[in-house]
Design a protein around this ligand. Sequence first.
Ligand code: 13P
Length: 349
Amino acid sequence: MPLVSMRQLLDEAAKGGYGVGAFNVNDMEQIQAIMMAAKETKSPVIVQASRGARQFAEDLYLFRLIQAAAELNPEIPIAMHQDHGNSYETCKSAIDLGYTSVMMDGSLKADGKTPASFDENVEVTRKVVEYAHERGVTVEGEIGVLGGVEDGHGAGGSGLDHITDPDQAVEFAEKTGVDALAIAIGTSHGAYKFTKKPDGSVLKMDVLLAIHKRLPNTHLVMHGSSSVPKDLQDIINKYGGNLKETWGVPVEEIQLGIRNGVRKINVDTDNRLAITGAIRKVFAETPEKFDPRDYLKPAREAMKKVVAQRMVEFGQAGHAGDYSPVSIEQIAKGYKDGSLSTQPLVTAK
Ligand code: 13P
């Protein structure tokens, strides 16, 4: 199956009432782990690469690997997404390469660190939407600012610093025409999200519910959604690691989000933890080994297990065969003739 538009994938998820995990990749083993999980659970999937990943792997290596994944798994709808594009140029380069979706994170300036003004965010996101939609490519925007830093991108600080204002979310969606909207509800990138199991004082699900009420037809995106499971932390620490006690986003909160408009859930850290734990175990238990396959294979297996579990928990499992891919050219036509509307349905306060 060719790579599919993320918009189609999210529209289908909305129809089916489920969420779709968006898993970050840097290399072949991570892509294989995702595809193994998708195949096993029969799930449509979003694979995403940050700017750091594109640099690390070199654009073409990574993109060709995704094309190989699509060719080898014709029964799985796959959208290839640029995670946290920092500028028009970054998004354009992903689109020109063949990505079927981009995130223009205009919540930060192009340095990827300094919060941008609302108007700056609207302007750059709108520009990306124009370029992308002409080519049938999906756009995710962000309003409010996430906490933490991922691959050098992020304002740092707590996830509570720039929580999304529901009124601004409505105005942003209307002015930009984005297909999906990332909102800030207290989560942050990385392992250190919360110092105890999060409650409503730090994880603002009420803000998410308020935004969904105002924008019932907009696909919402939850970033920083790793659950940072204790068992994965324990494996790392058991085999020589040194992680401090920490909490992630409980799966049941994500599921509450999915019942209220969340269609894309970003997960990176949980997979990093699984990979690192598996590699540490091999190093600690069999220090005589030196063939990379001896630790990359268990690492890939450990990541596959986490991804497959999330696919079941998010509800995307079993939905790979529900629909046939619409070509990117057809999607572009839909944006042009208005049949693929991005004007959100707004309800009164
Ligand atoms: P985590 O660090 O919680 O996995 O979040 C990843 C993410 O949001 C990528 O954009």
